[in-house]
Design a protein around this ligand. Sequence first.
Ligand code: BG6
Length: 507
Amino acid sequence: MNLKSGVRNVKQSETPSALTILFGATGDLAKRKLYPSLYRLYRKGHLSSGFAVIGTARREWDNDIFREHVKKSVMESTAVQEQIDEFISHFYYLPHDVSDSDSYVALRTLANDLDNKYALGGNRLFYLAMAPEFFGTIADHLKEDGLTDTEGFGRLVIEKPFGHDLPSAQELNEQIRRSFDEKDIYRIDHYLGKEMVQNIEAIRFANALFEPLWNNRYISNIQITSSETLGVEERGGYYETSGALKDMVQNHMLQMVSLLAMEPPISLQDDDIRREKVRAFRSMRPLTLETVNDYFVRGQYGPGEDGMLGYREELNVNPESNTETYVAGKVMFDNFRWAGVPFYIRTGKRMPLKSTKIVVQFKDIPMNLYYRPDDQEMEPNLLVIHIQPEEGITLHLNAKRAGHQLQTTPVKLSYANSGVDVMNTPEAYEKLIHDAMRGDSTNFTHWDEVALSWSFVDVIAEAWRNEKAAFPNYPAGTKGPKASDELLEKDGFFWWPMNMLDVNICN
Ligand code: BG6
């Protein structure tokens, strides 16, 4: 086999013509992310003239209202509006009741018509952008009412949350597997569509520099932070049932952990990457009800400055809520590569800044020949992966201080992606939709990963459910509870302050 041929090339294929049937077409996700992403794909020429979208939801809209809605959502997200009218002419709307067979029969008729009109070859993407309790019913109907019965592909794209614990995720999975094979199920974790999350593999496996050092011999700990300035906004009802653990840790945070921890795959094909991620999940040290508090801590924001509300005062939140809005934890891998290296994760709402970063801290050199002015300790080497809002990598090194023979000064080598959307998320959706259309499931979560991450998280959730926390324990707008710092201190580490990790600042 020619090692240089790159299996990736196989996946760079043309986007096939396809019909997207969108459930939840009047919803927030469709408006903020999906329509602008489809438009960008269209503008970049990734959707051929052979594409059509049927939007469904309960509202009694018609094609005209729907097209105006799509147009407005695109115009709110981008200054460029070329070909917008041509773009929206591919959108069709059907009012829909998810549990009524007649609705599906009408949907099938329209889908078949559009298949002919746009020559779509029977390729269908069923995108469920709505409350998960309907996923099973919809999947059943799609099969029973003949929507999946075409010559082309039938893929199911589903949004999180995929269950709220392992048993509910299993039940949901069994339901959708009655109608779709695992290979046709695309479970979205939008972090996997982020440019720099996808870059983790390239940084590790395309550089002779890092992979040889990527183990417990040279790395002392890895820190992953995803902080948000927003509170729960109008999502209190959902958030009360989820909390930061299920909202962020079970999916996005553990996905990043698995990409950092996995062994090199034998190719970049989805199955090969997935196999290694699953192996990484399997080697995570499981927690028990007794050990949870040694590894994980939680927080909830109280009122902050400038009238910022505490979590318990937010809309649809129980005034005595025990729900965490912050989680910090230590994940250990019991395998040869990582034995003894903590992977620290933290995520929270109402933090001082919106930022997602990974810091790989290398071990100290065995003997210190140099010193820094004022007896400061020499800093360890760090590799910082900036996921958002800036995108790039920074390598923290020590260099000789000019003119001072024995003194060192920290220097940073930075590479920053430019010209990307600040929030980055629409980009992520754009990539993921494109991948689903092309049949590349690399950046979607396989059932095995979902199951393993739920079984890890379920124990934490259970321990916390049984024990009421002393909430609130951090004011809105601050960096989280003290316990989070103590988690690292007891191992002799500290969280690298976010502001010293900026891409562009040189010390
Ligand atoms: C979502 C969570 O999955 O991710 C939200 O449900 C969270 O609560 C969001 O705000 C964070 O995504 P991003 O891309 O803004 O970091």
